[in-house]
Design a protein around this ligand. Structure first.
Ligand code: PLP
Length: 419
């Protein structure tokens, strides 16, 4: 069980006010807040042992190297990776996916090959593949999304075929919350010889994730969405694929020996971490993982399911005024709810909620083809939850939402405002 009321005290920012109101932070899918131990870890590094890693013979450098490598081990254990050598520390999910596009995919995707995505991808798991497909003469294909926000798998046996080189899909949608059947789809993809990349940006922070059990080949996620600092993320790669991948960024630290005309690559995973890495933030990500492990990821998931259940229940009071998107089933979605009003643009809703101290996300949620193309709305409002959120936060959201809708109605804001 998670005691969100007690946990809140570990998060300094949650005690601030916004426009004189208590901050109700419901934009966790964009980025999470940071607990004191994570912030303190950053301070400890800069005040106590700031130095470069992997190259120093002095005490500070050895201490920094040890903490940096411990963080990598914590990441590996957190997702049940077989070894720390398979963990590449990058900036974020986006960089992890781009690394795969520029390395493994650059040498394994050719003319006529297919890359299978879903219609619910974040731009960061779409745009890199668009460029790669253009460069290679490959074809992008998409698993459609049903009206209630699930993947439509009726044509999956045709979509996944011997031409498919890669299936790249989101584990938990940042728009709909849908938890996708990644394990089953990974099996199917492997059966036709395709590799599988999972965008874990919205799953790893919120539920137990085990890459061995999922069976995928690549998994990318961001530290800043799981209590860690910005600027640190993870790409996990299955060992056999990692061995054959060419490095992406070249320079210091990723080489073993260098001659005037040639160089040999460093051991794994260092050959994928050129230049001075993000040392402080990696170590602080380790602290974030400690914090989540202390809570227990199953408890995190249960807490968010409870909040989602409550949100769906209280939002149903507004059934005539707002449309809810996604599964509308707490057991099949991550801790978030997305909605739109037929009368009020989501940006206007977001602005009025902000005046009440409530932070939500509004807009295309970095998934324009899904939001505008498939759902055919100009944007959505999204409230997303984490360990420090309470049912009271959600009640405050709904009260503010009612107030905002009444305000717009009184002002006579017409549907034409929704463009
Ligand atoms: N994928 C999904 C599903 C996301 O929700 C996000 C961030 O919102 C990303 C990828 C990109 O994450 P980042 O901006 O940290 O690279």
């Amino acid at each position: 069980m998670i005691d969100a009321g007690a946990i809140r005290h570990d998060f300094p920012v949650l005690s601030r006010t916004v426009y004189g109101k208590r901050l109700v932070y419901l934009d966790n899918a964009a980025t999470s807040q940071k607990p004191r131990p994570v912030i303190q870890t950053l301070v400890d590094y800069y005040e106590g042992y700031n130095s470069n890693v992997h190259r120093g013979v002095h005490a500070l450098s050895m201490e920094a190297t040890q903490r940096y490598e411990e963080a990598r081990q914590k990441v590996a254990a957190f997702i049940h990776a077989p070894s720390a050598e398979t963990i590449i520390l990058v900036r974020n999910t986006t960089e992890g996916i781009n690394l795969v596009a520029n390395t493994w995919a650059a040498s394994n995707v050719g003319p006529g090959d297919e890359i299978l995505l879903t219609e619910m991808e974040h731009h960061s798991n779409l745009v890199p593949w668009q460029k790669l497909a253009r460069q290679k003469g490959a074809r992008l294909r998409f698993i459609p999304v049903t009206h209630d926000g699930f993947l439509d798998l009726s044509d999956i046996d045709e979509l996944l075929n011997p031409n498919t080189r890669l299936l790249a899909m989101v584990h938990v949608s940042n728009v709909l919350g849908t938890i996708n059947p990644v394990r089953e789809l990974t099996r199917k993809a492997h059966a036709v010889g395709a590799a599988v990349l999972i965008d874990g940006a919205q799953s790893v922070p919120h539920m137990p994730v085990n890459v061995k059990e999922l069976g995928c080949d690549f998994m990318a996620f961001s530290g800043h969405k799981m209590l860690g600092p910005t600027g640190i993320g993870v790409l996990w790669v299955k060992d056999d694929l990692l061995q054959e991948m060419e490095p992406f960024l070249l320079g210091g630290d990723m080489v073993k020996d260098v001659h005037r005309e040639d160089a040999t690559w460093n051991d794994l995973p260092y050959r994928f971490e050129a230049g001075t890495p993000n040392i402080a933030d990696a170590i602080a990500l380790g602290a974030a993982i400690d914090y989540l492990n202390d809570l227990g990821m199953k408890n995190v998931r249960d807490h968010e399911m409870q909040l989602t259940r409550h949100a769906l229940e209280v939002l149903s009071e507004l059934a005539g005024d707002i449309d809810l998107y996604g599964p509308k089933d707490p057991s099949r979605q991550g801790g978030m709810v997305s909605f739109s009003s037929r009368e009020v643009h989501p940006h206007d809703l977001g602005t009025l909620l902000d005046r009440e101290g409530i932070a939500i996300r509004a807009g295309h949620l970095c998934a324009i083809p899904l939001v505008r193309g498939r759902l055919k709305v100009p944007g959505l409002a999204r409230a997303s939850f984490y360990i420090y959120n309470t049912e009271e936060d959600i009640d405050l959201l709904v009260a503010a939402l009612k107030k905002a809708l009444t305000f717009f109605r009184a002002k006579g804001v017409a549907a034409s405002h929704v463009h």
